[in-house]
Design a protein around this ligand. Structure first.
Ligand SMILES: [Zn+2]
Length: 98
């Protein structure tokens, strides 16, 4: 179950090739959480056809079930389109998770 919606579209600064990552591909992981929400991170390494390395570090903050900002680090690539995010609603908390 992912929190990302839509696509991430990036473009190589060197050769201009575009890459897209779809919502099901990105695997955002909760790296820290408290009562107010979670901090999510997705990291990805890839190589462009021209030899440039893509390193993505995509961090997203959730505050009380709502999007609360993101920080994206992508080396040598330009971001054309970012993901949208949808977080768990309160219904999801009905399950006990020990
Ligand atoms: Zn390239």
């Amino acid at each position: 179950m992912g929190i990302s919606k839509g696509v991430l579209l990036i473009k190589c600064n060197k050769c201009g090739q575009e890459f897209s990552y779809d919502e099901n591909y990105a695997d955002f992981e909760c790296i820290s959480s408290d009562d107010e929400g979670c901090e999510y991170l997705w990291e990805e390494d890839y190589s462009c056809d021209c030899g440039e390395d893509i390193q993505i570090g995509y961090q997203v903050s959730e505050y009380q079930g709502h999007f609360n900002g993101d920080k994206i680090k992508i080396s040598n690539f330009k971001i054309l389109h970012k993901f949208d995010f949808e977080f768990m609603t309160e219904d999801s908390f009905s399950e006990d998770d020990e």
